[in-house]
Design a protein around this ligand. Sequence first.
Ligand code: CP
Length: 334
Amino acid sequence: MSHANAHDLQLDPAGHLKHLLTVEGLSRELLTEVLDQAEGFLGVAQQAVKKVPLCRGKVVANLFFETSTRTRTTFELAAKRLSADVLNLNIAASATTKGETLLDTLRNLEAMQVDMFVVRHAASGAAHFIASQAAPHVSVINAGDGRHAHPTQGMLDMFTIRRHKGAFENLRIAIVGDILHSRVARSQIAALNTLGTGEIRVIGPRTLMPAQVESLGVRVFDDLREGVRDADVVIMLRLQRERMSVALLPSEHEYFQLYGLTEERLSTARPDAIVMHPGPINRGVEMDTQVADGPRSVILEQVSNGIAVRMAVIAMCIGTQNLRGQSAVGGLDD
Ligand code: CP
């Protein structure tokens, strides 16, 4: 599946967000608008009634062809907090297993007046393909496609960084692990570059680095202590075993010996550095339990922030008549 024109599809003729398929190609102003809108939505979680009516009457369908814990549930909560109706298609129990094509599934859901598809798929380009085939009024959000992109994860990570560290210009950010197979790393690097980050580092074995990784605008390290030295933010990535067609690592034990984050290895980072991980974590492979649950870890905060960021993206795509011209939350309580 081609995704060469993904960014051409993403904006409507007025320049507003229509689909979110990739962070690449989106302007700094638009990414900042997502972060600012999400800031407004954070407060909804503290209300007695955790709802605003921005997407009342809209229907959001979650189509997860690949497993997920965080992304699927936080999309569901985000849509419900915007007062949308939510369909969670159980792919394993759907007519897909009887040979129905993806397009036929889409057409049937469109016949139920769905306004948005949230799509996770193992094939890179799947969300773009669906966006190119969907009815004109339907928006598509990429919830992770193969090793290509995971834009809402990238944006919730930007949101978490901005809340802790402020402006991106003076930050040194270290991303550690399996860069080669990581759609999350691709989306993070694209967003960090667009937001003007001071320095972006990637750290890991050469076998887990994409070819010409430097062309992404990053500095490459193969030594963990050197790579995290003076970092403001350390982002750990999961080893994507399911995407490794050949043995790229001797063993998980040896990987941990070289690239697992421990308190001792973190000591070269800035004293106020935060530690992030998109999840799911493999404790004892990417990081020690002491670090994962330690005072510098913001891993569970990333999950909470994901609801606000996904509310912002959904509202910007399908709640726009209600969203524009007013703050995200003010005066909108049910
Ligand atoms: N971070 C992330 O995408 O997690 P899930 O696979 O659980 O959705």
